[in-house]
Design a protein around this ligand. Structure first.
Ligand code: NAD
Length: 436
């Protein structure tokens, strides 16, 4: 099949590459000239495990190409995926200007039947808006389908190649058939393609992300309680996770969820609910809890340093919003850096993949270390903000040598509290009553 993917970011590049990998001819379109130039020259633009190999193979086989021209990109395509940003607008609702801008443009250049697919996360009713925007100038036949994406950054290739399920919201048999054929190679092991109406498909994505965010905030509340009651959240987590109805995954407390999806999607669903006079009370609490949790370590740090952070130096391990990605959108580490700088502290940081992105946003207000141990040099404490595997079993001797004080504030519960304390560290984590 001939496919166009409009928007070549985290979702668009993975989508385009994986469709090319199953033999389709894919053209990815992006307005960012620099990005298109790099990709056309075989240079990958994001860090995503396993993606580069597939990307290079498909570029070489000429099944994957890149252009800045929408017209050129879609001219032969049967299916056009929109993998465009849907950032929060000022009022928290999803801003559809990228989607509707491209839909409007498509209306001016379409010449024959196409399936236009909303791959981006978009509120209920967006497909109808896309339909209307295209129809303004194009009177021929076309369908708009909702096919939300459930990939997780860090394991995006696996998630895309072997999805738990594919959701397709379509109102026409023709579009449903084309989408089914396209996805057939990805669901050979029997995972379902779930067909539904367009509105349900649009809501499914928001419901999924909001439910996952709720799980995280719930566990963060349990962690708060553990600290106050002298219980250990790791034990509680294991105790409840072994119940099939609850499940083991997504029960890890920490310093809040971040990333480009959960914060904006929860907010957008609350906004959508308000628009139909429904007060989605749980989600308001989920957001509140997360706001507090992002800075959960700060009062502990302040208490330890007797409320005087001026002139203190903090080393931060981990900047990406989660491990195995270079994505720093809404990363808790950035909020932490901001607060520490405001308090007059200095900060040095290390992340295996996200340093360049942070430099682009924070600039030279902080120090960027070459490795995790250089980062600690002369610091008054280590703060752990992302659970990269390489931080899990560090060389504690090197930590002791480099740090000025043996103090660790661990926002991701990487270490066994007792073991670290035996090494002489002052150690605080999340929900483990370590300070009691
Ligand atoms: P992104 O910011 O990484 O990529 C968006 C791309 O679109 C950028 O490269 C940008 O230059 C390009 N773009 C903007 N305007 C354009 C235009 N007019 N024409 C062509 N290209 C244009 O965003 P993302 O993380 O890939 O997310 C895209 C959508 O997918 C969002 O709705 C998001 O909520 C959803 N989503 C993201 C993830 C994820 O893990 N990142 C997972 C599932 C769903």
């Amino acid at each position: 099949m001939k496919i166009a993917v409009v928007g070549t970011g985290y979702v668009g590049l993975v989508t385009g590459t994986c469709f090319a990998e199953t033999g389709n001819d894919v053209t990815c379109v992006d307005i960012d000239k620099g990005k298109v130039e790099k990709l056309s020259n075989g240079q990958i633009t994001i860090y995503e495990p396993g993606l580069e190999k597939l990307f290079l193979r498909n570029v070489k086989e000429e099944r994957l190409r890149f252009t800045t021209s929408l017209e050129d990109g879609i001219k032969d395509a049967e299916i056009i995926f929109l993998a465009l940003p849907t950032p929060p607008g000022e009022d928290g609702s999803a801003d559809l200007k990228y989607i509707l801008g491209v839909a409007d443009h498509l209306g001016k250049i379409l010449k024959d039947y196409k399936v236009i697919v909303d791959k981006s996360t978009v509120p209920v009713g967006t497909a109808e808006k896309v339909h209307a925007a295209v129809s303004k100038n194009y009177k021929g036949e076309f369908d708009v389908v909702s096919n939300p994406e459930f990939l997780r950054e860090g394991v995006a290739v696996d998630d895309f190649m072997k999805p738990d399920r594919v959701v397709i919201g379509a109102s026409s048999e023709r579009a449903r058939k084309l989408m089914g054929d396209l996805y057939a190679p990805f669901v050979r092991s029997g995972n379902p393609v779930i067909y539904m109406d367009v509105r349900s498909a649009e809501l499914t994505k928001y419901a999924a992300n909001s439910f996952l965010a709720t799980k995280i905030s719930f566990m963060n509340e349990v962690a708060q309680l553990c600290e106050r009651l002298g219980a250990d959240v790791d034990m509680v987590r294991r105790g409840i996770g072994s119940d099939d109805r609850i499940g083991k995954r997504f029960l890890f407390p920490g310093i809040g969820y971040g990333g480009s999806c959960f914060p904006k999607d929860v907010q957008a669903l609350v906004k959508s609910s308000n628009e139909v006079d429904y007060d989605f009370r749980i989600l308001n609490a989920v957001m509140d809890v997360n706001e507090r949790q992002k800075l959960h370590l700060l009062p502990k740090i302040r208490k330890y340093f007797k409320d005087d952070l001026k002139g203190k130096k903090f080393a931060i391990w981990g900047l990406a919003f989660k491990p195995n990605t270079d994505d720093i959108r809404e990363a808790p580490a950035l909020y932490m850096i901001d607060e520490l700088l405001k308090a007059g502290a200095t900060v040095s940081v290390f992340d295996p993949e996200a340093m360049a992105n942070v430099k682009g946003v924070v600039g030279d207000k902080i120090q960027y270390a070459d490795n995790q141990y250089d980062c600690l040099e002369g610091a008054d404490a280590l703060i752990i903000a992302t659970e990269w595997n390489e931080f899990r079993t560090p060389n504690f001797l090197k930590i002791v040598t480099a740090l000025k004080n043996k103090v660790i504030f661990d926002g991701r519960n990487l270490f066994e509290g007792d073991a670290v304390k035996e090494l002489g560290f002052y150690y605080e984590s999340v929900g483990r009553a370590t300070a009691i």
